[in-house]
Design a protein. Structure first.
Lengths: 351, 475
């Protein structure tokens, strides 16, 4: 076991990096998604529940973004010091956006006047962060200019139509996860809103998945070669087919399925999209410039972090799951049930 | 200005802004844990009242720390690609361990600490708060290990390309300056928070509101300050002597000492002139620096001129930042001692000028922390890894325009954030440790939902009636 892992250490750490990205996208996806849907919700009371439903977990979710960054630095430094300057503007803008939505949690709760400012910061920050992540994704598929082992492009070389399409797709995808989360965590009118908007989000994400796949196959020859050559086309066929099946199952279950179904299927859909991405980009850390084997850190550094990852990561996953468990069930807002008749006083059980 | 100058300015600004929040939250997390434990063991409502009050401020500061910290973990790549290329084998694992052991620990329990009081038992709340506090300490430990390695590198060798490879992890983590820097910073956080708690409590005592809770907090804070202020000065002395041994040029800049001297004088104040390589308008006390640096009358201390001017840090910045930090240390010590005298005379809570003094000390700890980090970071220049990698060689291949634009963005955004934080934290602080819901106006939502009382948590329906809780008091 240990011998096998040592022999394939690049694969092990690549798998770990992909795992971090998957966990980040799925976990932060649900709270970014709630943020994206924030202003679309009809009532202020809906917004209170929506925010309360992610309040205890968003910080843990976002920590996976830091985990991804630091794992990249520790395990694949070339990816870190080439890709981060390459995506300077979208990364900094994403950080601005995450700051805005992050502080909105605390400040909206305290605000009496101008709460709409924090509503705007929260929703705008979430949408902008998703858009920036899409721009980075599109730039990755398109490839990064590298010379002498360093980034060799300009501040706007990340920009591409593909990135914009990815950004719109991510906004739709996160919105779908967010809607699924709200169906699970809320009831009454908020839940009805979530079910309605889930349809729109699903249409958006399905169309964009198709457009992005088609566009990158047309414009990036390496991606087309990966998918459409024999025997790959046969081996990889299940990925788009299962994706199609999941989309159909999602569409049919939004109103009639169980409350967990939309959320679970939305996560599966996202995971499938990420598998597709890995297939397109493998085996590169910096697309078509540095492979996972060339970009790997020193063995003594990898050994040192292996201990931590093997011991700490399972514990982290366990108590993050525990945090979700403590706040399981339908979210209660602090001023009471959100489904009370308009203008009603606080319900009996809480006064 | 070139890309290096912009990148340095941006990093100094973002890291300097960030350090304010860990300084507040490391100490405050332990204070809240302590209050939660006291409430659990004694059942006295005053502790719950104080815990919930300080938790509100802690929550705001914690959020600021998280969002400004994420920026740093990416800025090291976006702006300092040369540095991360050179040092990734050494620092990457340290940062990853910080994420694994500290950020995840905090993130896993912060929800329960802030929002779970009604949902979990009192003991479980103490435990969750303790985990957040321990996480904050772990975070400080790893990041200071990384910083200390940049100050006094050990345990790794650079190859011909300038890439560091680790030889011994123990040496990398436990470098010569690490224990001193860690102790000095953690103590700084606790000391700062002591004076924040004392200052806010003094305000309520001064106004005569929430007197019982404010007396308790004021008394606790001043006992802490009395222990920590002298401890911090002693730690500072040890840290300074460690710097003398391992980074003599930084120490010479702190002292404003140009010539290598036997039995150097202490320069109380002066204008260090880098062009002339000497001090102007100096006020010296003979032999004093020799006494506290070498503990002897005629000890030899290396001067700035031991290295060419190109290898010297910006002397006035280091020199004055050091005097600001040390001066504040003395003021805080004096305040804590005065508190002791008044306490022994049973006049601690009634002496209005002292309450005013305590209020005035509230921001001083933060200023001292910024000044202290300025000393150690500006004093390391022109090196980013002391003696190994120059700051000028550490930047990323990013255009000056992009860095300049993002610098302006950070500057505007962070100033708005600071004002907003001060507005909300100030409002919570002024409302004080009341157990009544914070005075919140009825918020006319789209459907007119009554939002009053939303600033406090209702206890879970099955929770026992809590003495002093609004529903019990109103019954």
């Amino acid at each position: 076991m240990i011998a096998f892992l040592t022999a394939h250490i690049a694969l092990v750490f690549a798998a770990l990096a992909v795992f971090c990205v998957v966990v980040y996208v799925l976990a932060d996806g649900l709270d970014l998604g709630v943020g994206i849907l924030f202003l679309a919700a009809p009532r202020d009371a809906d917004r209170d529940v929506m925010m309360a439903s992610i309040e205890p977990v968003w910080d843990g979710n976002e920590t996976w973004l830091v985990a991804g960054g630091t794992l990249l630095l520790a395990a694949f430094p070339a990816g870190y010091y080439i890709l981060l300057p390459a995506f300077y503007l979208p990364i900094v803008t994403m950080l601005f956006a995450l700051i805005l939505r992050g502080v909105a949690f605390g400040f909206r709760l305290q605000a009496t006047r101008f709460r709409f400012v924090w509503d705007l910061a929260f929703a705008g920050g979430s949408i902008l962060a998703a858009l920036c992540q899409g721009l980075i994704l599109g730039g990755l598929i398109d490839g990064v200019p590298v010379a002498d082992g360093m980034f060799a492009g300009g501040p706007f070389s990340f920009l591409s139509l593909l990135g914009l399409l990815c950004g719109i797709g991510l906004i739709g995808g996160y919105a779908l996860i967010g809607a699924g989360w709200l169906i699970l965590k809320t009831e009454g009118r908020t839940q009805i809103f979530a079910r309605e908007i889930a349809h729109a989000a699903l249409i958006l994400v399905a169309v964009m998945m198709l457009v992005v796949s088609g566009w990158s196959a047309l414009t990036v020859p390496e991606v087309a070669a990966r998918w459409f050559s024999l025997p790959n086309i046969v081996l990889l066929a299940p990925v788009p087919l299962v994706t199609l099946a999941v989309i159909v199952a999602l569409w049919r279950g939004i109103w009639t399925g169980g409350e967990k179904r939309t959320f679970a299927l939305a996560l599966v859909l996202f995971a499938l999209g990420l598998i597709g991405l890995v297939v397109s980009l493998w085996p590169y850390v910096v697309p078509r410039a540095v492979t996972v084997w060339d970009g790997l850190a020193d063995p003594q550094s990898l050994t040192f972090i292996s201990f931590g990852l093997a011991v700490v990561l399972p514990v982290v996953l366990a108590y993050q799951a525990h945090a979700y468990w403590v706040f399981r069930g339908k979210t209660l807002t602090e001023h009471g049930a959100y489904d009370a008749p308009d203008g009603a006083a606080r319900p009996e059980s809480l006064s | 200005m070139d890309a290096v100058a912009f990148a340095r300015l941006q990093f100094a600004f973002t890291v300097g802004f960030h350090i304010l929040w860990p300084t507040l939250t490391i100490g405050l997390a332990w204070f809240v844990t302590c209050l939660s434990a006291l409430w659990w063991r004694t059942g006295k409502p005053v502790y719950r009242q104080l815990m919930r009050f300080w938790m509100r401020i802690f929550a705001l500061g914690f959020g600021m720390g998280v969002v400004t910290g994420i920026v740093l973990s990416y800025e090291i790549g976006t702006n300092w690609a040369g540095f991360s290329r050179s040092a990734s084998n050494v620092l990457g694992p340290l940062f990853l361990y910080e994420t694994l052991t500290a950020f995840f620990l905090e993130a896993g329990f912060i929800g329960i600490m802030l929002f779970g009081e009604g949902r979990v038992s009192k003991g479980a709340h103490v435990f969750a708060s303790l985990m957040v506090s321990v996480g904050a300490l772990f975070s400080a430990t790893w990041i200071i290990a990384a910083n200390s390695w940049m100050q006094t590198p050990a345990g790794a060798v650079a190859d011909a390309d300038g890439i560091f490879h680790v030889v011994n992890w123990w040496d990398v983590v436990f470098t010569a300056s690490f224990p001193y820097r860690l102790a000095h910073m953690v103590c700084a956080s606790f000391l700062t928070v002591s004076f924040v708690v004392a200052g806010v409590s003094a305000f309520h005592l001064w106004r005569g509101r929430q007197v019982k809770a404010s007396r308790t907090a004021f008394s606790m804070a001043l006992w802490m300050a009395l222990v920590l202020a002298p401890t911090q000065i002693a730690l500072g002395d040890l840290h300074g002597r460690n710097t003398l041994e391992h980074q003599p040029i930084k120490l010479a800049a702190m002292e404003g000492l140009w010539e290598t001297t036997k039995g150097p004088a202490m320069t109380l104040i002066a204008w260090p002139d880098m062009a002339a390589q000497k001090n102007l308008y100096a006020l010296d006390i003979p032999h004093l620096a020799s006494l506290y640096l070498t503990h002897s009358w005629d000890g030899e201390v290396e001067g700035l001129k031991a290295v060419p001017p190109a290898d010297q840090p910006n002397v006035p910045v280091v020199f004055f930042a050091f005097r600001i930090m040390a001066g504040i240390g003395m003021v805080l010590l004096g305040t804590a001692m005065t508190g002791l005298v008044l306490r022994l005379r049973h006049r601690l809570f009634e002496t209005r000028w002292f309450l005013g003094l305590a209020m005035a000390t509230t921001p001083l700890g933060f200023i001292a922390v910024i000044a202290g980090w300025t000393v150690t970071e500006a004093g390391r220049q022109p090196w980013v890894i002391y003696g190994q990698l120059r700051t000028a060689d550490a930047v990323a291949p990013v255009s000056a325009g992009a860095v300049g634009a993002s610098l302006i963005g950070f500057f505007l955004l962070y100033n708005v954030l600071m004002l907003t934080f001060l507005w909300f934290a100030g409002r919570a602080a002024i409302a004080g440790p009341t157990d009544l819901p914070m005075p919140v106006e009825t918020h006319p939502g789209l459907d007119g939902t009554n939002m009053s009382g939303r600033a406090t948590l209702p206890p879970a329906p099955n929770a026992p009636a809590l003495p002093g809780a609004p529903h019990a008091a109103g019954a």
